[in-house]
Design a protein around this ligand. Structure first.
Ligand SMILES: *Cc1c(COP(=O)(O)O)cnc(C)c1O
Length: 424
């Protein structure tokens, strides 16, 4: 039986839609080959780093208590530093999410009176409280740190003139966000990030450049730290956890900066020397080993989904043939019913909680109801297939992740089938 036949038989997807899926897939073979090349390159990079670090069976076990002399944890730090070409790394299950990893860079590096400039517009929503737009008393603003922002230009591109005019020698740190997050803009390529960093350094050579690398790891053969970033952070329940890390975050960069972040994560003086890995080393190490492959599966799924919905006449971002710098796929539905159908279909295709039907709800902190679909082995994991969107015009669904391409392919075709049927 072919893939077309089995999904028709098992999921009742219209034969016409199944056939379209096959045609779309055939049309993407060159694109998939490029993704495979990036995957293979990154796989060797990760493998070699594991060998360079002398990774051994004993590293896969963990420590308890203080976690002194946790060889596995230290080996993983070494492997991350090697892969991202940095002096040091801090990879920890005690970093509870991506926001925490990035916030550690703010709190670790900045001191009262310092200035930080967000040079790619307002950061991801979860930073509203960290920066303190709403007056949070634990925010960086509350600690007397100055915050400035250079918005993106109306077309979503970086405002180089604005950066040159805003960053001065008084700017302690400049912040770049690689991924689109939940903005309908392109994510920044490594060439663009290199150019943004050069613009910051030209305005002020000593300004530290920090990059939020969430969703970007292993999408390209280079990373922001290869094009001049001083420090970079991300989440282990996204790309670099490879779907196996159960929790955690990472920070990589210049040694003295990583040390400042470690002293903020734990306490001054102890820094990275403590923090028991308990049972997490194996998942974190094996997950990193799997990460280039898993990221490529997600990417192929995103490209396929983009191409399917383009064929159905929807605007997608990125388009199926454009260069990518993260694993996020946006589809503009211009219709609330179609957005809801799409998210329900993603849920239907999940390995976990497939019987649940997501509904839009009023989430704290959002002005419009939001619908979220996720059926993951790890709570909130967005390297696993998930989709969400606020119920407001133009009704955009943001989809990301997928541990296996075949599962994303199925999800996209269920969604296409349901949306076509609804239209009739
Ligand atoms: C996911 C993400 C984060 C961090 O989010 P967490 O949910 O805290 O892990 C930060 N920035 C961007 C752009 C992201 O996509």
């Amino acid at each position: 039986m072919t893939f077309e036949e089995i999904i028709h038989q098992q999921y009742g997807i219209d034969e016409e839609v199944c056939r379209m899926g096959t045609l779309v897939e055939e049309s993407l073979q060159n694109r998939f080959r490029e993704i495979d090349e990036i995957r293979d390159f990154n796989q060797i990079k990760v493998l070699k780093a594991m060998q360079n670090a002398g990774l051994a069976e004993r590293h896969l076990h963990g420590t308890t208590g203080y976690g002194y002399d946790d060889d596995g944890r230290d080996a993983l730090d070494k492997i991350y530093a090697d892969v991202f070409d940095t002096e040091d790394a801090l990879v920890r299950s005690q970093i509870v999410c991506g926001t925490h990893a990035i916030a550690l860079c703010y709190y670790g590096i900045l001191r009262p009176g310092d200035e930080v400039v967000a040079v790619t517009g307002k950061p991801y929503d979860t930073f509203d409280n960290v920066i303190g737009f709403d007056g949070n008393s634990s925010s960086i603003l509350a600690y007397g740190i100055k915050y400035r922002q250079v918005d993106l230009l109306p077309d979503g591109s970086p405002d180089y003139e604005g950066i040159a005019a805003t960053v001065t020698e008084n700017t302690k740190m400049a912040v770049i966000q690689r991924s689109r997050g939940y903005d309908y803009r392109e994510s920044f390529t490594m060439a663009e990030i290199g150019k943004i960093i050069a613009a910051v350094k030209e305005a002020s050579p000593d300004t530290i450049v920090m990059v939020d690398n969430c969703y970007g790891e292993f999408v390209d053969t280079t990373e922001p730290t290869n094009v001049g970033a001083d420090i970079m952070a991300g989440s282990l329940i996204k790309n670099p956890g490879g779907g196996l890390a159960k929790t955690g975050g990472y920070i990589v960069g210049r040694k003295e900066l990583v040390k400042l972040c470690a002293e903020r994560l734990t306490v001054p003086g102890l820094g990275a020397h403590v923090g028991a890995s308990i049972g997490n080393n194996r998942d974190m190490i094996q997950g990193f080993y799997m990460a280039p492959h898993i990221t490529s599966e997600s990417l192929k799924g995103a490209v396929f989904t983009s191409a399917v919905f383009e064929r159905l006449g929807f605007e997608t971002s990125p388009a199926s043939d454009s260069l990518r710098s993260d694993i996020v796929q946006a589809i503009k539905f211009n219709d609330p019913a179609k957005l809801i159908k799409f998210c329900k279909a993603i849920q239907m295709a999940a390995p976990v909680d497939s019987f649940v039907s997501p509904e839009p709800w009023d989430m704290p902190g959002y002005n419009d109801p939001v619908i979220m679909a996720a059926g993951a082995f790890i709570q909130g994991s967005s390297i696993e297939l998930s989709a969400d969107g606020p119920i407001r015009p133009p009704y955009i669904a943001y989809m990301q992740g997928g541990l296996t391409y075949a599962n994303v392919k199925l999800a996209a075709l269920i969604a296409a089938d349901q949306i076509i049927k609804e239209g009739n």
